[in-house]
Design a protein around this ligand. Structure first.
Ligand code: ADP
Length: 401
């Protein structure tokens, strides 16, 4: 997958989420002001009713009326009127003479209302009502919707990020796989071409008559065929792991014997490169229940890597030690080492370090993946300790079953 669709999808999604967010903010603000204006209309209606009630009560009074009486009367009328309505805000009120100036109150803290009281020609006053400007009071009816829609937006954002990270992973896997296919095609082409040339030569009479030449060409065919076989086996092993049909057959194996065998098989290559392969088998207990073929394969894989990634003559030490309830097998080399940033990834399928001239060495990035999978199938673990330029140490820890 090319890069741009992911970037485009991310951009479109971000724009749409910003749009949703802005619309939501606009909707909240709009609802807030609508609720506030509806509220103001309602309060005006209550005040008209209250002043009417007030005048009726005043007209019934025979005795002279003082301001305390007016205060008490208005308090009880307002209480009753508000009790009958849907609104129950916190409020204060004042009855003022018309000529009195409006009280100076903090406008952001209170919403002011006023209503003229005209009970008679001589009784003209003003009712002032101050309601606490409580924003949450006006938002209370929509708060549930706000929370719910914010929750959905939040879930949408999380889902988007999960999708994008999944897409990115897919992209990485497909790149790794296409690298693998390229690598594999290259690896297959070389032995096939060599076999083809060697067999063609073998068909020629002058070559057949020469025993030395025919032996040499037969040897080439044999070795290249072995290389192909190994390649196919490696891919098959991984494929079996992938579809879950690979079985581990546990038998009693002397790990030291198996290690010595693998070392003997590989020592020829080490000698050819004028290297050293030392065994330091110190573990007191070396009889373990393992799958003998897979165990030999993993030791061989690690030894082959130690040789492959040692540009000078390989200096390899394979060591065993007792370790709590099991055995620790370490394969140490003085090769190119692995930079810290790659150490966690070298056991991943198809992963190969692409820095420097490492890619000059042949491989598919399947060896260590296979090693890890086999060790895990045995309930063990594998770790790498390495420093770029200073060699590596692969440590296998197996538990005594
Ligand atoms: P490959 O087929 O590439 O060797 P592996 O799975 O065996 O695949 O190894 C993965 C990568 O880990 C290699 O490409 C190499 O970069 C790095 N690596 C493995 N073993 C060693 C080692 N002994 N020294 C340095 N780098 C190593």
């Amino acid at each position: 997958m090319k890069n741009y669709p992911i970037k485009r999808i991310s951009l479109i999604s971000i724009i749409s989420f910003v749009g949703i967010f802005l619309m939501q903010a606009f909707w909240i603000i709009d609802s807030y002001y609508e609720r506030k204006s509806h509220f103001a209309e309602h309060i005006h209606y209550i005040l008209t009713q209250a002043t009417d009630d007030f005048c009726i009560e005043i007209s019934k009074q025979k005795a002279p009326i003082d301001s305390d009486f007016e205060q008490q009367l208005m308090a009880s009328i307002l209480k009753e009127r508000f009790a009958q309505s849907d609104e129950m805000p916190s409020y204060r009120f004042q009855i003022q003479n018309n000529a009195d100036p409006a009280p100076q109150l903090n406008n952001s803290k209170y919403i002011n209302f006023s209503e003229n009281i005209k009970c008679s020609r001589f009784h003209k006053k003003k009712l002032r009502l101050f309601i606490v400007n409580d924003k949450t009071y006006f938002l209370s009816s929509i708060i549930g919707w706000v929370i719910l829609s914010s929750l959905f937006v939040f879930i949408g954002i999380i889902a988007l990020f999960l999708n994008l990270s999944f897409l990115r992973k897919q992209k990485k896997t497909s790149r790794i796989q296409s690298d693998f296919i390229g690598n594999m095609t290259h690896e297959l082409k070389t032995p096939i071409a060599t076999i083809s040339v060697a067999s063609e030569m073998l068909m020629k009479d002058r070559v057949l008559d020469d025993r030395g030449k025919s032996k040499r060409y037969s040897k080439i065919i044999f070795e290249e065929n072995l290389r192909l076989k190994k390649l196919v086996e490696r891919v098959m092993q991984i494929a079996l792991f992938e579809n879950g049909t690979m079985k581990i057959k546990l038998t009693d194996v002397n790990l030291h014997d198996a290690i010595i065998q693998s070392c003997n098989a590989i020592s020829m290559i080490v000698n050819k490169r004028e290297g050293v392969l030392d065994m330091d088998l110190q573990a007191t207990e070396s009889n373990y229940k393992v799958d003998s073929t897979h165990f030999s394969n993993i030791i061989t894989n690690l030894l082959e890597n130690a040789i492959k990634y040692s540009p000078d003559s390989p200096q390899i030490v394979i060591k065993t030690t007792d370790y709590s309830d099991g055995i620790l097998i370490s394969i140490n080399d003085k090769g190119i080492g692995i930079s810290k940033k790659y150490q966690d990834r070298i056991f991943d399928r198809f992963f190969r370090v692409q820095d420097g001239d490492i890619h000059n060495s042949k491989g598919f990035g399947l060896g260590l993946y296979y090693v890890r999978r086999v060790i895990e199938a045995h309930g063990g673990t594998i770790k790498v300790r390495s420093e770029l330029g200073n060699g590596s140490s692969f440590e296998i820890y197996l538990l005594k079953l």
